[in-house]
Design a binder for this molecule. Structure first.
Ligand SMILES: *Cc1c(COP(=O)(O)O)cnc(C)c1O
Length: 229
């Protein structure tokens, strides 16, 4: 299947599960995760009119999007992978949303860079719902403090929460947990659901799904979503 066919198929699936959950199809955004994908597949998605993409590494994203970005004024790029504080400057320069805020040090560095660059990007906090030691994300028990720091002390434009459930577990309880946490904090955006489970995520309230291989085909290096660190 071509990238443009996959895109329209995924869009249809999103619309139909949204409707069955009594939601507007437009209430779910599709982030096409382009990490590691060959450029002709990305060009194909752009040619099909898709404009919202996710990348998990700053440097790779810079290389890939530097030449493409000026050609598409309405392009939006989301950082969905772990961010080191020494990469905050280029990340803020390149991306339109940071979905992976997961610790106080990073939140402070982002606040400083927003000030310096006079730019305020919407941020999501990544929650490590499965408490996996190798995975990025704040632990549920530390979320209240991090939300408080971001919103009250630093004034970050905090929009919502993001999670990547453990590969070997059923994702639904993780999505339900994330939805509950976002609701409790009054955060509207829920970024959850990938190629294998985005329909389940939408049933649990996802407002944004991050879909890579189901849009573009398998990643050439076989990289898994959790191996982004
Ligand atoms: C790679 C990745 C995805 C997409 O994974 P697929 O299974 O290819 O859809 C989604 N979110 C994050 C954070 C990722 O790193």
């Amino acid at each position: 299947m071509s990238v443009s066919e996959s895109l329209s198929q995924i869009t249809d699936r999103i619309a139909s599960v949204a409707k069955s959950a009594d939601r507007e199809p437009s209430s779910v955004e599709l982030v096409a995760v382009s990490k590691v994908q060959p450029s002709e597949r990305i060009e194909a998605a752009l040619a099909a009119g898709h404009r919202l993409f996710g990348e998990n590494r700053v440097q790779e994203a810079e290389t890939r999007w530097k030449s493409l970005r000026p050609r598409f004024a309405d392009l939006r790029l989301h950082l969905i992978g772990p961010l080191q504080t020494n990469k905050v400057r280029p990340a803020v320069a390149l991306f339109d949303c940071i979905e992976s805020v997961d610790r106080p040090k990073l939140a402070r560095a982002l606040a400083r860079e927003f000030e310096a660059a006079n730019k305020r990007l919407p941020c999501l906090i990544q929650v490590n719902t499965g408490e996996e030691p190798q995975k990025a994300g704040v632990l549920v028990q530390d979320l209240d403090d991090l939300v408080g720091l971001c919103k009250d002390e630093l004034g970050l434009p905090l929009d919502g929460l993001m999670c990547i459930p453990p590969i070997e577990e059923a994702p639904a309880p993780h999505f339900a947990l994330l939805a509950d946490l976002a609701h409790r904090h009054g955060l509207p955006t829920l970024s959850m659901g990938m190629s294998g489970d985005f329909e389940t995520a939408i049933r649990h309230g996802a407002t944004r799904v991050r879909v890579g291989s189901a849009v573009f085909g398998p990643r050439p290096n076989g990289e898994k979503p959790s191996s982004a660190a």
